[in-house]
Design a binder for this molecule. Structure first.
Ligand SMILES: [Zn+2]
Ligand SMILES: [Zn+2]
Length: 319
């Protein structure tokens, strides 16, 4: 079995995680077929990038204490070469998936003319600057006018750039050690990149790092959908508003799948999706988890709940 080792958690490969998902829930087959090439390409790319990818700078205690994520204010230029490699590797898969052939060529033309680098292209994602992505889409649209190619909307462009940036940041973030306690970071966003998490998990049983005993697991983490970092949070509080009153919180899960749950907070009317990794063997590739939880997202939204987390998978335009 192919496994990926990070400093934080041992997980199964993307391919066998998706195969198992489809065995358990055949309705996911079509979705898994669509996204498998993308997730597998990113997985391979991370392995390629790992030996040379520049590490993240240290997170200054003062900034951390103020709840300011590590990469805020960073221009990402350190990772220009890795981002260029990511653009080259991810583009063919993304162009097929998004049905936007020639997008990489358009972006490269645009960079050459404007003097921008790959870091400049993906920076708006880190800054949550949707207007900049819209502007870039418009610029590409103007470039395209004489060509016989489909138009590019900001939604697709954002999805494309997300999947160029994500493997690079994930490679760098995987080098970070797991924080020992949840008190280190109390913000509802990722301490590394500042993005909203994609899902929560209860940690699997695993040998403790410092003792030769197997820990019981069950520590709660949030997982970032952009950089893949996971950080420990308080188990009994809402990850959105911090409400810890058990009367205000409710768990929803299907009878046959108690390991996947919707955690509802009545205080903020938000919901978070959580998987109990103690109930999986092996632990699935974490980047497949948001996809595998889309059915719970639908249930929660039908109930009028507000997502506390961000899922890039259900913002992908469907046509
Ligand atoms: Zn992150
Ligand atoms: Zn809440």
């Amino acid at each position: 079995m192919h496994t990926r080792t990070s400093a934080q958690l041992r997980t199964d490969s993307v391919r066998s995680s998706l195969q198992r998902l489809c065995q358990e829930r055949p309705a996911y087959q079509q979705l898994a077929d669509v996204f498998a090439p993308l997730l597998e390409c990113a997985e391979l790319l991370r392995e390629e990038l790992a030996p040379t990818c520049p590490a993240l700078p240290p997170h200054a205690q003062t900034l951390k204490g103020q709840g300011i994520p590590l990469l805020i204010g960073n221009d990402l230029k350190t990772w220009d070469q890795a981002l260029d490699q990511s653009l080259e590797r991810m583009a063919p898969v993304l162009e097929t998936l998004l049905e936007r052939p020639g997008l990489e060529a358009l972006l490269r033309d645009q960079m050459q003319r404007s003097g921008r680098t790959p870091a400049d292209l993906v920076l708006p994602l880190l800054q949550g600057d949707e207007a900049a992505i819209k502007r870039l889409a418009t610029e590409l649209e103007q470039d395209r006018k004489d060509r016989d190619e489909p138009a590019i909307d900001p939604g697709r462009l954002g999805f494309f750039l997300h999947h160029v940036l994500s493997p690079v940041l994930s490679t760098a973030a995987a080098m970070l050690p797991e924080p020992a306690t949840w008190g280190d970071w109390k913000e509802p966003v990722c301490p590394v990149c500042g993005c909203l998490p994609a899902f929560a998990s209860l940690s699997p049983r695993e040998p403790a790092h410092t003792e030769q005993i197997v820990s019981g697991g069950g520590r709660k983490h949030l997982h970032c959908g952009l950089c893949g970092h996971h950080w420990r949070i308080r188990r009994d509080a809402c990850p959105g508003c911090g409400q810890a009153d058990s009367e205000q919180r409710e768990l929803l899960y299907a009878q046959d799948a108690a390991r996947e749950r919707i955690e509802v907070c009545r205080a903020c009317n938000g919901y978070a999706l959580c998987v109990d990794l103690r109930e999986y063997d092996p632990v699935p590739a974490l980047e497949t988890v948001p996809l595998a939880l889309l059915h719970l997202d639908m249930v929660a939204r039908e109930r009028g709940l507000r997502p506390l987390f961000r899922s890039i998978w259900n913002v992908l335009p469907q046509d």
